[in-house]
Design a protein around this ligand. Structure first.
Ligand SMILES: *Cc1c(COP(=O)(O)O)cnc(C)c1O
Length: 412
């Protein structure tokens, strides 16, 4: 969805240089077609198996993106009351919402119950007790899954690996059966499913399959013991290509590799993909402000910074840096840095890249997931706008923040 025609980089049918000139930089640009293709790849690959694709809202929670997915029929995986608010505002169906997270507050649980969400993915017995008591107060039954920790190493960045016992997430799989047993004492809970999520940006899906096998075994034992368990929630975590040449698992092939297992299990499958739906669908546009050289090091100073895209600083993540208009100059090796007063403020280091000059635009690739949502106002920088491209049309789905926005809610 991002490709060159001649020397110009396009998003679908829109030349990014024109877009950057119109909306300014920095700016996030998303391809609607790419988002929908990725969502449909999940949805269609399940075929006739009962399933719900619950898009993980935290990857990109813009209303424009959520409403696109809601209209395509997606469910949603939320991790806060704020995300539920966004899903409802975007027209999402609460009956297709699952609520994950290790620290849900009473207010959030109450909001989710009264909105009629499908299921709570609970991470402790104390949380089960809270959901039960609030459901009792509202005179309703709450569906829950226990998020089990299956002891599988996702083999990804340590900050986004979640399936080992030293992590804060879930309940040990060996203890889960006893917890489901004790949950029978709660009058306002119903054991809808079993869930797990072992990590993110997995380039090898085999740990997910290993976790699925363990969770399936558990679900079978629970059903044999009379629990109503009707779904398996397999979490998210499929990786995407951040480096040119990286080969992430294809969505369709991954889902097809689950078919056999899911047919045997005879349960509805839920998946919670975030990054693999929106990640490849976005770029961050930046303008080159200056070129400078310190000793032997070459710098490209741009108007986007770590406050806009923190992944390089936070995870040492690699993002390809593409010239929005290709030139014929010999390439350079440079650091691409922003205006923020931190040495950690870089988008790329020692990068062999196009020899861009002040005024040129760059596109930071694969910035559709964990990009804008992790952005901040650090250094009192207004947050970037977000633009959704659909064919030859585009619209601003979040306007650029103003200085007034920066001080909203503050008092002298
Ligand atoms: C973050 C998260 C996801 C989405 O992960 P991706 O790697 O973006 O697919 C899904 N489920 C839970 C519980 C999460 O915390």
């Amino acid at each position: 969805m991002f490709s060159y025609s001649g020397n110009d980089l396009y998003c679908e049918e829109v030349p990014l240089a024109d877009l950057a000139a119109r909306v300014g930089t920095p700016a996030f640009v998303y391809s609607a077609q790419c988002i929908l293709d990725n969502y449909r790849a999940y949805d269609e690959a399940f075929g006739d198996l009962p399933h719900t694709v619950c898009y993980a809202v935290k990857a990109n929670s813009s209303l424009g993106v959520l409403s696109l997915l809601a209209r395509a029929g997606a469910g949603f995986d939320i991790v806060s009351g704020g995300e539920l608010f966004r899903v409802l505002r975007a027209g999402g169906d609460p009956a297709r919402v699952v609520f994950s997270g290790v620290g849900k507050t009473a207010a959030e649980v109450e909001y989710a119950l009264s909105s009629g969400i499908h299921c709570f993915n609970c991470e402790s017995e104390a949380e089960l007790a809270l959901v039960d008591s609030l459901a009792a107060r509202l005179g309703m039954k709450a569906g829950f899954s226990i998020r089990v920790n299956p002891h599988v190493d996702a083999a990804t960045h340590p900050y986004i690996s979640t399936g080992l016992s030293q992590h804060k997430f879930g309940i040990e799989i060996a203890e889960a059966e006893a917890v489901y047993e004790r949950s029978r004492a709660f009058g306002n809970l119903s054991a809808e499913g079993v869930s797990c999520h072992i990590g993110s940006q997995m380039l090898d899906p085999s740990p997910i399959l290993e976790a699925v096998d363990k969770v399936m075994d558990l679900a079978a034992r629970l059903r044999a013991a009379g629990h109503p368990v009707a779904h398996l929630d397999l979490g998210g975590g499929l990786g995407i290509a951040y480096r040119a040449g990286e080969k992430p698992p294809a969505i369709r092939a991954f889902v097809e590799s689950l078919h056999q297992r899911l047919r045997v299990a005879g349960l509805r499958a839920l998946v919670e993909p975030g990054r693999s739906i929106v990640g490849p669908a976005g770029v961050l546009l930046a303008r080159v402000l200056y070129r400078k050289r310190n000793g032997r090091k070459e710098f490209v100073v741009v108007d986007a910074a770590m406050n806009d895209l923190i992944r390089p600083a936070l995870y040492k993540a690699h993002h390809e840096i593409l010239p929005v208009r290709r030139n014929t100059l010999p390439p350079v090796t440079a650091d691409v840095v922003g205006p923020v007063c931190e040495t950690g403020d870089f988008l790329a280091r020692d990068r062999h890249m196009a020899n861009v000059m002040p005024g040129d635009f760059l596109a930071v690739a694969a910035a559709g997931a964990y990009g804008f949502v992790l952005s901040s106002n650090y250094n009192s920088r207004p947050r970037a706008p977000e633009v959704l491209v659909e064919g030859a049309r585009w619209r601003v789905i979040r306007r650029r923040e103003s200085y007034q926005d920066l001080v909203r809610g503050e008092e002298v």
